[in-house]
Design a protein around this ligand. Structure first.
Ligand code: 6V0
Length: 332
């Protein structure tokens, strides 16, 4: 018996409203931070969680469901079976093997590739029209792997890439200059990792280009100071991991921010990992790395053509080479 006596002609408007479904694969520290940010920001009508560990998965699902009284209404489901993801608009992959003591990065990568072969094909089967957003590391190579395994067009396969690095960068510049990080426009591009490239020449604060402003005012700035800020960005993940064991909050917000741009067709520009062949003189092969990319409901809408100095261009191509070298050892 229905709790409410229905009013005539009060058929649920859900038939006219779009139903948005997001799946998160891997309910570890990163997957759960993303899931909870998506819930608090009201980005999905349905959230499906997948993990290989059934008990942990059910525990996480119940824990989130028990917060229903304090959150926008979202149906939360979870299963080890990929059928639960059917009809997703966005699939976010955070599942990953952990590095064993003494294990090489390449070996870890090979284990993650094996793991992805059980994740990507069923996701593609149950949600053939979805956008894949890869977070697991090494994110650029695993995004390439996901593109290959899914058979999806490249505009629907995206890696979270340097979106997080760029927000760390904006925070450090804002902190250095005592301004709001949201007013700082600054990109880190290339590999999410050691060979990432800071685009100093295009940084602006409140619309004012920083380097040319400093030059015009004849304010001396040390190249070392700039390099140290980039170095701090590269080291910050290692620092957080050595202090608390993993990173979660910033990647949670950063991925939810990407989810908003994609699902709500925000057409915002984010530095994310996309098929980079043909852009910025990158021609060595099919490589995914981060470029300033416009994101909307169709996935990747375009790559922004921002001016790079010769040095920045050279570093970006080096970064592409680094990723391609790793990729070539996979035999995919
Ligand atoms: P974690 O806490 O070990 O969680 C990983 C989860 O994956 C666990 O719950 C596992 O049970 C699950 N899992 C393992 N195998 C499978 C499988 N075959 N199917 C389904 N689930 C499986 O790791 P954490 O959450 O801390 O990190 C997850 C990944 O995100 C790692 O690869 C990190 O390196 C990566 N990050 C990427 C970032 C980025 O900016 N791109 C940032 C932070 C972390």
């Amino acid at each position: 018996q229905a709790f409410f006596k229905p009013i005539q002609n009060s058929a649920s408007p859900s038939s006219t409203k779009r139903h948005t479904k997001v799946s998160v694969i891997g309910v570890g520290n990163v997957g759960m931070a993303i899931a909870q940010t998506i819930l608090t920001q009201d980005l999905a009508d349905e959230l499906a969680l997948i993990d290989a560990k059934a008990d942990k998965l059910r525990g996480e699902m119940l824990d989130l469901q028990h917060a229903a009284a304090f959150l926008p209404r979202t149906k939360i489901v979870a299963s080890v079976d990929y059928a639960v993801t059917v009809g997703s608009d966005l699939c976010i992959v955070t599942a990953g093997a952990r590095q064993n003591p003494g294990e090489s990065r390449l070996n870890l990568l090979q284990r993650n590739v094996a793991l992805f072969s059980h994740i990507i094909p069923p996701l593609a089967k149950y949600s053939p029209d979805s956008i894949l957003l890869i977070v697991s590391n090494p994110v650029d190579v695993l995004t390439y792997v996901s593109w290959k395994m899914s058979g999806f067009p490249s505009n629907r396969v995206i890696g979270s890439g340097t979106n997080l690095d760029s927000s760390r960068f904006r925070f450090l510049i804002a902190d250095h200059l005592d301004v709001n990080a949201q007013d700082v426009q600054a990109y880190i591009v290339g590999e999410h990792g050691d060979s990432s490239v800071a685009l100093w020449s295009s940084i602006s604060i409140g619309g004012v280009p920083v380097l040319s402003f400093l030059e015009k005012q004849q304010i001396a700035y040390e190249k070392d100071t700039l390099e140290n800020i980039h170095k701090a960005v590269v080291e910050s993940a290692y620092e957080v991991i050595s202090l608390k064991g993993y990173t979660s909050w910033a990647i949670g917000y950063s991925v939810a921010n990407l989810a908003r741009s994609l699902l709500r067709d925000q057409r915002k520009i984010h530095p994310v990992s996309v098929l980079a062949k043909g852009f910025y003189g990158i021609n060595g092969g099919d490589v995914f790395l981060s470029l300033p990319t416009q994101l909307g409901r169709g996935g990747v809408l375009g790559v922004t053509n921002i001016h790079l100095t010769d040095e920045e261009m050279e570093r970006l191509r080096e970064s592409a080479k680094t990723i391609l070298e790793v990729q070539s050892q996979l035999g995919i």
